[in-house]
Design a protein around this ligand. Sequence first.
Ligand code: GRG
Length: 297
Amino acid sequence: MSASRIERALGETAEAVTDCLDRLLPAPDGPEGRVAEAMRYAALSDGKRLRPFLLVTSTGLFGVSGEPALRAAAAVEMIHAYSLVHDDLPAMDDDDLRRGRPACHIQFDEATAILAGDALLTFAFEVLTDEATHGDGAVRCALARGLAVASGASGMVGGQMVDLLAAEHDLDLDGVTHLQNLKTGALIAFSCEGGAILGGASAEQRDALSAYGRDLGLAFQIADDLLDVESTAAQLGKAVGKDADAGKATFVSLLGVAGARDYASELVARAISRLELFDGRADLLADVARFVIDRRH
Ligand code: GRG
């Protein structure tokens, strides 16, 4: 599949998931309406919707599509949007620009941004545990548990903690890999495994998708590090070069540009090899893995 076809597939899912988010997110109403406004500002802004694409495409492998897949994908994107809102706060990365426009705390204010992040986090679980996502309570419970583990102290939040301390710790390759597996990788891996849960996959299929997601998550982060040194803020719609300025180790600082690129390609090849048991039916996941390291934003 050519780059433009995978871009088109990503675009179609992005549109459907954004439409689902728009339908699900509360409309601003009453004295508390400002938090709904900030939630919508953060979640409906232009993102690649990579995690929703992974979830919808993985679910599709098992013949499940439509509203259940879109709702689960929207829940994952809510968690991602919350993490970006909180990451941009002055107490964390202190960034003014996100997705090419003012960060949530600049557009609103810090307290509103904290509340909007909190509300996106909790609303994700409200959506996931609703019967409209899946009729079987055990499936809803497995989805909620998986997303909680990926987002919490042993996943994304834990990774953010390591990241905040990284400037003082001189991390080596194992240290940076651990940080990024938690901070970025866990949610990407869940996006793939969540599709297996929602689709009723076998344990073997679920493990394969989870392993694919872990390799892809790391490759995605290496590509992000490469974009960070090779692009401008205007191209990415967010600040660049902050890790280097803060003296934090990255895959690029540890391996060099060529070494990081080679490592990302190796991870993508390994990710794709995890899909062999789907006999060619997971071609779209193979294509998106290649796209992740070739992307320009
Ligand atoms: C505050 C709990 C908490 C966590 C923050 C994910 C994260 C942890 C911070 C984001 C900071 C960052 C730039 C991480 C690098 C990789 C990454 C997650 C980039 C943003 O994801 P994309 O490229 O963004 O998928 P879009 O805007 O396309 O959705």
